[in-house]
Design a binder for this molecule. Structure first.
Ligand SMILES: Cc1cc2nc3c(=O)[nH]c(=O)nc-3n(C[C@H](O)[C@H](O)[C@H](O)COP(=O)(O)OP(=O)(O)OC[C@H]3O[C@@H](n4cnc5c(N)ncnc54)[C@H](O)[C@@H]3O)c2cc1C
Length: 384
């Protein structure tokens, strides 16, 4: 999309582009959509952290660079177009805003600087077997014992738990009240005795998901965020931030560019009107999504919460990610098959397309399934 940037923003874009060119290793082919190599990912996040650009969405008083909404948009676009990975959202996009809004001064001082520097990695302990869409039914129990909570239960689908230093977690502190009122939000050190992590390998062939078992895990009471029983309110606040981030506009731009380049390099594809029409349709959908995203960013810049609009972004953003990946696999043909990737029609830009396609089946499920997002929107306009 050609936005009319001011001379200052154009200079800012040139600075970011030059820095990315100097720091991002040359990428190839479609990206999986989630990091799979811990050291590479953490090194990249620390590199951004040292530059002061990791927590680029945060206000300056908490370690952000103080960019405008336009500058943040430019940064994310340039990051994606350079083929650099997105940063892990758990500390930056989810816990960070929660601590700024609900954390004690001690919690802010202890955790925010380490997240902004890329020195501590977080995971999200919400879902449980039987408590995904119906999250408020969660059963993991936290009983008060002096200055600690003693936690027993199981979390599932915990992304990168095996990488994480800490997990922010929803636990049940009261079973006697309506289910939403008995939930609390706690911070758990993943090195605590009683935590067992078991891997789940997914259809893309990688290990990024886990089961996390908690047995008699002792968590200091100062790790409670907000009040006891306030966890559901905090969880909803966090989810609206999570969903806005899931639209993935900048990365869809890069993937569409890769698709266009791959098509252009194959005469049979480049001259096929149905292929060109499909790419044009994807481009139009991306432009519409981008305008909606920009409106939400503008509201966030004015200090307004993303609210239920983030559900619309999540639905359209993830549907578009899947549509682009479907086209990558279809147009790639043999070249998109994982075991034929280096040969096939010889075009490296289709490499990895099938793994990406497989991973992205999950995008309409994680962060709250798209059916649930539609329920949220229906309630908002009075249909629910
Ligand atoms: C790749 C991946 C990463 C994830 N990472 C994390 C993580 O880091 N931390 C974490 O806590 N969780 C994580 N999750 C879990 C995710 O949030 C849940 O999978 C999701 O909320 C759906 O819950 P569920 O799997 O229990 O499915 P269910 O809730 O059992 O839903 C099954 C189906 O029924 C539909 N459905 C359910 N209820 C309704 C309803 N009321 N109306 C209409 N349709 C409905 C759903 O849309 C879905 O299609 C991850 C999931 C995936 C796939």
């Amino acid at each position: 999309m050609n936005l009319d940037f001011s001379p200052e923003d154009q200079a800012f874009r040139a600075e970011i582009r030059a820095w990315m060119q100097a720091h991002v290793p040359a990428p190839s082919g479609p990206s999986l959509g989630i990091p799979t190599h811990k050291e590479t990912q953490l090194a990249w996040e620390r590199c951004l952290g040292q530059k002061g650009w990791l927590a680029y969405q945060w206000p300056p008083e908490h370690g952000g660079p103080g960019w405008t909404a336009t500058q943040r948009y430019i940064f994310d676009t340039e990051r994606a177009l350079a083929g650099a990975p997105g940063s892990s959202p758990f500390g930056l996009m989810m816990l960070g805003p929660v601590l700024m809004a609900y954390g004690t001064p001690e919690q802010k001082a202890r955790y925010l600087p380490k997240i902004a520097a890329g020195e501590e990695f977080w995971c999200q302990g919400y879902s449980e077997p039987g408590s995904g869409s119906d999250l408020a039914s969660l059963k993991t129990q936290a009983l008060r014992d002096g200055n600690h909570y003693v936690i027993n239960g199981q979390k599932i689908w915990t992304t990168q738990a095996h990488w994480a230093d800490f997990m922010f977690c929803l636990v049940r502190t009261n079973s006697e009240v309506p289910k939403q009122q008995g939930i609390s939000f706690v911070l758990i050190d993943m090195k605590s005795p009683g935590i067992e992590i078991r891997p789940i390998t997914t259809i893309d062939g990688h290990h990024h998901l886990n089961e996390v078992f908690l047995t008699e895990v002792r968590v200091p009471v100062e790790n409670l965020v907000g009040q006891e029983g306030q966890g559901w309110t905090i969880a909803k606040y966090l989810l609206s931030h999570e969903r806005t981030g899931l639209a993935g506009v900048a990365d869809s731009h890069r993937e569409l560019q890769l698709l266009q380049a791959a098509v252009d390099s194959e005469t049979a594809l480049a001259t096929n009107p149905l292929v060109r029409r499909r790419i044009a349709e994807l481009g139009v959908d991306l432009m519409a999504l981008e305008y909606t995203n920009l409106r939400t960013l503008d509201r966030a810049a004015k200090g307004q919460s993303p609210g239920a609009e983030s559900s619309g972004l999540k639905i359209k953003g993830t549907e578009l990610q899947q549509a682009i990946s479907e086209a990558q696999v279809e147009f790639g043909g043999l070249a998109a098959l994982p075991w034929l990737a280096p040969v096939g029609n010889g075009d490296p830009t289709f490499q990895g397309a099938t793994q990406r396609y497989n991973f992205l089946r999950a995008s309409t499920i994680y962060g709250g399934s798209n059916e649930i997002q539609k329920n949220v929107l229906a309630k908002m306009i009075g249909l629910g």
